[in-house]
Write a protein of this length. Structure first.
Length: 395
């Protein structure tokens, strides 16, 4: 491979993907520029949040030491005194969540090229939608903002409050290009509607059986993207027009369509049973797609393609298990703003690492599938190269 992951990481993955001028611009647009000189200016707080995600689950002050030495070595920071934990907390409160969300919104874009294996299928860029929940610190503020699952015993609540994240992922590169944050009570299908601005012509979006609804279909397709979602097997999908490949056309509708004067949504139905010798007797699958012409996407081909949706689950596992740390089961922030900052920071760091890996794949003389590159190797390389000077991590 022409460029190894450590070589590309050596320039500093955080400042390379999110340069100071861009961070400053985002901070200014969000109205978070300081009116007086502070020990922890907004730019440094942004990088601190990113470093917290990169070095998770390291303690605050250890992360700040990593970061300050790395920025000083890169010539982006001068002599400086380490702040207290309380000072860091106040600085995070001043920053808020908007700059982190804006930075992610500006930078997260599809990374794959037509030359990369697994990025395109029949001319479509393959995308997937999936959701996951993060346990967050058990505080009254977090419980009020996010809610928590019940125990199934009346009004009793159990476990930690939970933040709900629904992500749009590029299957071929594992890059998260958009995400919506909500609470435990927020349904995945409702949160997914907010991904619509990122869905454009030329995308084919895969999704699980919690997603297909007329309301979501109408929300996600105006930008030109096509959908292929699994449906529940007990769903009533009458044959309105049989097609040559065994699929058929039907319509789906929302409960209030008639009252609102809306026409039903026409979709194509594909019914099949997965051919997996290792799992005999599997239930049949039903897919709904907006690609109505079987010549463009034959039923058998879409059935074979659908398992690519699980790439999205792999991505969320990369963030929750490898990047956050397998033993770190709870996001530490005790405020809703802090929780959202942490989640966006994890998304930003994951995107930076996936961009690094996509660049390594693209620079190879031979086509390289990003699935062949190790996420944990990229993560370790990035952690090593944030600070270069010997002894920088010493207490």
């Amino acid at each position: 491979m022409a460029s190894s992951l450590p070589d590309l990481a050596g320039v500093g993955v955080l400042t390379r993907m999110y340069p100071p001028w861009l961070v400053d611009e985002v901070v200014a647009e969000c109205g978070r520029v300081e009116k007086r000189r502070r020990l922890l200016p907004a730019r440094l707080v942004v990088y601190f949040l990113l470093a917290m995600a990169l070095f998770s689950p390291a303690p605050y002050l250890e992360v700040m030491r990593h970061l300050s030495e790395g920025l000083r070595w890169a010539g982006l920071w001068g002599p400086w005194h380490l702040p207290s934990k309380a000072g860091i907390f106040r600085a995070r409160g001043r920053l808020g969540v908007e700059p982190m969300a804006e930075l992610f919104g500006r930078c997260a874009r599809p990374l794959g090229t037509p030359a990369m294996p697994g990025v395109f299928w029949n001319g479509w860029r393959l995308m997937a939608i999936d959701g996951t929940r993060f346990d967050v610190a058990d505080s009254a503020a977090n419980a009020a903002a996010f809610g928590r699952p019940g125990t199934g015993r009346g009004d009793r609540h159990g476990g930690y409050p939970q933040a709900h994240v629904v992500a749009l992922v590029e299957c071929g590169t594992h890059a998260v290009i958009d995400a919506v944050l909500g609470g435990w009570r927020d349904a995945e299908v409702r949160l997914a509607e907010n991904l619509a601005p990122s869905l454009t012509t030329g995308m084919l979006v895969l999704g699980d059986r919690n997603l297909p609804s007329a309301r979501l279909w109408r929300a996600l397709t105006p930008g030109g993207a096509d959908l292929c979602f699994r449906a529940k097997t007990n769903r009533h999908l009458p044959v309105l027009e049989p097609l040559a490949d065994g699929s058929w056309l039907t319509t789906i509708k929302a409960h209030d369509d008639k009252k609102a004067g809306r026409q039903p949504v026409t979709v194509r139905v594909i019914r099949y049973r997965p051919d997996d010798p290792g799992r005999p007797g599997q239930d049949q699958y039903i897919l709904l797609t907006s690609v109505l012409d079987p010549a463009l996407a034959p039923a058998a081909d879409l059935a074979a393609l659908y398992p690519q949706r699980w790439e999205c689950e792999t991505v969320l596992d990369e963030i929750k298990t490898h990047q956050r740390g397998a033993k770190t089961v709870v996001l530490a922030s005790k405020t809703p703003t802090g929780v959202r900052q942490e989640i966006y920071a994890h998304l930003l760091v994951h995107y930076a690492l996936r961009a690094l890996m996509a660049e390594a794949a693209a620079s190879s003389p031979e086509p390289v599938d990003c699935d062949r590159l190790s996420f944990t190797t990229a993560l370790r390389a990035a952690r090593r190269t944030v600070t270069i000077l010997p002894g920088s991590f010493s207490p």
